[in-house]
Ligand binder design. Sequence first.
Ligand SMILES: C[S@@+](CC[C@H](N)C(=O)[O-])C[C@H]1O[C@@H](n2cnc3c(N)ncnc32)[C@H](O)[C@@H]1O
Length: 221
Amino acid sequence: MAKKPGQVRDHAALMDSIYRGQKYIYDATRKYYLFGRDDLIRGLDCQPGDAVLEIACGTGRNLAKVQHAYPGTRLFGIDISAEMLKTAAGKLGTSAILAPADARQFDARAMLGRPTFERVILSYSISMIPDWDRALCHAAKLVAPGGSLHVVDFGSYSARPGLGPKILRWWLEQFHVSPRLDLPMVAEDLGSGPGWRREGRDGMGGYYRLERLYREQPQPD
Ligand SMILES: C[S@@+](CC[C@H](N)C(=O)[O-])C[C@H]1O[C@@H](n2cnc3c(N)ncnc32)[C@H](O)[C@@H]1O
């Protein structure tokens, strides 16, 4: 079902209310609990000229690391929070094309100037997007033939019994974050479709989950 404009506005306002103040300390604090982001970036294996889109790019932390790890890539980012985009724009300057958009429905060609990308990233964002599986399906449609979709987010550790996971769950609730324990199943659904291949694995004993979906290059007849 299509999102009503009011619902999108409400979600954008919620994200802005969280990040208006947090954006100043985001990079310095999140490095202590958003693990696996550098693991994702290592697995991108970009070539010069590749277009890399981060959906829900936040402060632009990951795109800046991509630029450093893979010189010559072309960077693109969208986020629903205007507050986060201000920080990303300050960090990335003219090296990235950024636009305000809802991950669940946006026109990449109109907003970013191209319909598909060699690499598409979703990093610790599906846990904040209400109907995240829709965002994941949309992301898959933006992968160019021969390209790949890379997702990292909280894994099964967050649902285990014990004090550590309980504290983590409490902490994440403060930021409206809900770990998506069915990510492997949804990724398997997408990755078992024709022309796709999937690899998924846990990191740090299930603290984070990494999913990679590869879109095959059509073979010439
Ligand atoms: C925890 S931050 C992750 C930022 C960045 N990807 C990272 O790894 O540091 C979550 C981001 O998702 C964005 N977000 C949440 N819901 C969104 C949506 N529906 N569409 C686009 N961005 C969204 C938030 O504004 C925020 O910037």
